[in-house]
Design a protein around this ligand. Structure first.
Ligand code: Q46
Ligand code: ZN
Ligand code: ZN
Length: 309
């Protein structure tokens, strides 16, 4: 088949909208879609200092590549979780990806910082639970300590659709009030945005292939994503029968999100007595899990909020 816009051979068949595109026109289409998402939801401003959380995987590699191409002022943060071979390998991927786009890369290594890697800590919490707490804390505090205005993550349409679907299936309605492409900053929480919100996983994979991004395919050995994967599979089956299912589901959710607001219990946040970051009790979950007695300072340059070097 030929590209819809030129004489070249098709690189991809898109299902929604249905069309064949050559490599060049697909790259253009994908970047325009990300640009439109950023404008439509007012995700980023030109003068903002942007921290992209990268993992070595396809989504964060693609989002940092596109933002750099769109000339946003980005720096990248990689958190090495200290999970054996998996972390060592993903750090290598991240380094190559950031070199390719000439983006400044910051690395925080959990084992060096906290004395143990993820999976080695003795705690009653499941590994993925304290891993999530650790990652979220580090990227937020890193951004806060270094004067970044916004944190970018690589979540794509499939991630969002399956998250919403899964939470509806389990009636976890309290999680459904505050999701979306933009989570506003509040106090010491830095604003978080998802520029890949409207592109599918398939499109992300195809884009990485089209522009030559090499990424880590192996999953973390602790991943127990079976349930999330089956939600993704169900949505993919529906998408095949009725193209547009995922995007319409997510857009519909954004229109109805306010219905879940009453499900949210208003909690008053205190300041963690160790690190001063927001906490539900005396200590924040991060300081509690890692039994910290002193705060960690992530500042990498003397003038917080100053121009990037
Ligand atoms: S939470 Fe769990 Fe992931 Fe952390 S321990 Fe691995 S699988 S990396 S998305
Ligand atoms: Zn073409
Ligand atoms: Zn704390």
């Amino acid at each position: 088949m030929k590209c819809k816009f030129c004489e070249k051979k098709a690189f991809i068949k898109l299902h929604y909208p249905k069309m064949y595109l050559c490599r060049e026109h697909f790259i253009e289409y994908f970047e325009r879609k990300v640009k439109r998402t950023i404008e439509k939801y007012k995700l980023l401003k030109r003068d903002e200092r942007i921290l992209v959380v990268v993992s070595g995987g396809k989504d964060s590699a693609v989002v940092s590549y596109v933002l750099k191409k769109l000339r946003y002022n980005i720096e990248c943060l990689y958190i090495n979780l200290g999970i054996g071979e998996y972390s060592a390998k993903s750090e290598e991927y991240v380094k190559k990806q950031c070199e390719m786009i000439n983006a400044k890369l910051h690395i925080v290594r959990v084992r060096e910082l906290l004395g143990a890697g993820i999976g080695e800590l003795k705690t009653s919490r499941p590994t993925c639970s304290y891993c999530g707490i650790t990652k979220r804390y580090i990227f937020n505090k890193f951004a806060y300590d270094n004067g970044f205005d916004v944190i970018v993550t690589g979540h794509n349409l499939d991630d969002e659709a399956s998250f919403i679907f899964g939470n509806i299936m389990n009636w976890n309605t309290q999680y459904l009030a505050k999701q979306g492409p933009l989570l506003p900053g509040e106090g010491k929480f830095v604003k978080k945005v998802k520029p890949l919100y409207e592109v599918t996983e398939r499109e992300v994979v195809a884009y990485a292939l089209a522009v030559g991004i090499d990424y880590m395919v192996e999953e973390c050995p602790h991943a127990r994503g079976a349930t999330t994967l089956s939600y993704k599979e169900i949505l993919n089956n529906m998408e095949e029968k009725r193209p547009g299912t995922k995007i319409n589901f997510v857009k519909g959710y954004l229109r109805k999100r306010h219905l879940f607001e009453q499900e949210v219990e208003e909690v008053e946040l205190k300041e963690c007595k160790v690190c001063g970051m927001p906490a539900l009790g005396e200590k924040c979950s991060f300081c509690k899990v890692w039994r910290l007695e002193k705060p960690i300072d992530f500042k990498v340059r003397p003038q917080v909020g100053g121009p990037s070097s």
